[in-house]
Design a protein around this ligand. Structure first.
Ligand code: CO
Length: 294
């Protein structure tokens, strides 16, 4: 039984906007650029197309693998040689796309092998996708593509199925073999996202970052928080998006209702590259929704 979203065109549109936002982010990642300005411009682009960011633009660099988004006050600037992951997503009425690219700031070649390995791993993983495929086959394909380059996949980060308003739905798409017996069905939407490192191949939690998420509806006793909940639902968001200072204060005091994401750092101090596409499990194979036409 196929599981295509009934509004598949909306998913395609969200994916195209996400892909354009990703490329905008890549083009802005030059020495001296501030991560806050890049994030603001990525998210403004998504909104200018009539979509909403599905999560704050993640601009993790070097040993940061994921979950870095700038705060409102962030003044830090990129320097030549940084390896920057641009991981972005847009949604249209809950139809979500999620996509990432890695850029070596300043155009150097120091991390060319990492970038090539992650590109090949992404292609190898996606090539396995078809109705009925075991996600373990995808993980194995990713793992062996990375090992061919003498590098390691980050084994505790994985791709994921996506459902309406659910960025991380039920199934994980591992980046190594042996972790999952799940299979994919025709019509499912999945994000495939290998992470490759020259470090230990594991992550550890760094400091808490600037990405939060409502665990649940605050309920009728909390009307002001309820208004914010209706804006963000259970998708990840950041206080950088909340213009009103009183609302930011309310959210800071509502920690029990919010999940705060730690920044994920490579456990061995390695540098991390990541690429990601949102893919439709088509009847005859994968359709890369976040690939732009050449
Ligand atoms: Co993802």
């Amino acid at each position: 039984m196929a599981r295509y979203p009934p509004d598949l065109d909306r998913w395609r549109e969200a994916a195209r906007i996400s892909a354009e936002a990703r490329e905008l982010g890549v083009s802005l990642a030059v020495p001296g650029a501030s991560r806050k300005e890049i994030a603001d411009r990525i998210e403004a682009y998504i909104r200018s197309k009539g979509a909403e960011p599905a999560f704050p633009a993640n601009l993790s660099r070097n040993v940061e693998a994921a979950h870095y988004t700038p705060s409102r006050e962030d003044t830090e600037r990129l320097v030549a040689g940084d390896l920057l992951k641009v991981d972005v997503g847009a949604h249209l009425d809950g139809a979500i796309a999620d996509t990432a690219a890695t850029v070596e700031v300043g155009g150097g070649q120091r991390y060319a092998l990492l970038r090539r390995a992650v590109e090949e791993a992404l292609a190898a993983g996606i090539a396995q996708i078809r109705p009925g495929v075991s996600v373990d086959e995808i993980g194995r394909a990713i793992e062996s593509a990375v090992h061919r380059h003498g590098l390691k996949p980050v084994r505790d980060l994985s791709g994921h199925t996506i459902e309406r308003y659910l960025l991380h739905a039920g199934k994980s798409i591992p980046n190594v073999g042996g972790l999952s017996g799940a299979t994919l069905e025709e019509g499912e939407v999945v994000a495939v996202e290998p992470f490759v490192t020259n470090g230990a191949g594991r992550i550890q939690n760094g400091p808490f970052g600037n990405i939060v998420r409502f665990r649940e509806d605050p309920g009728p006793g909390e009307p002001e928080l309820g208004r914010l909940f209706r804006r963000f639902r259970t998708l990840p968001f950041t206080l950088r998006w909340v213009e009103d200072a009183e609302d930011r204060e309310r959210l800071r005091h509502a920690r029990r209702l919010l999940q705060t994401y730690p920044i994920f750092e490579e456990a061995g101090g390695g540098v991390v590259a990541q690429m990601e596409h949102t893919v439709l499990v088509g009847k005859h194979g994968p359709e890369r929704l976040t690939a732009l036409p050449d």
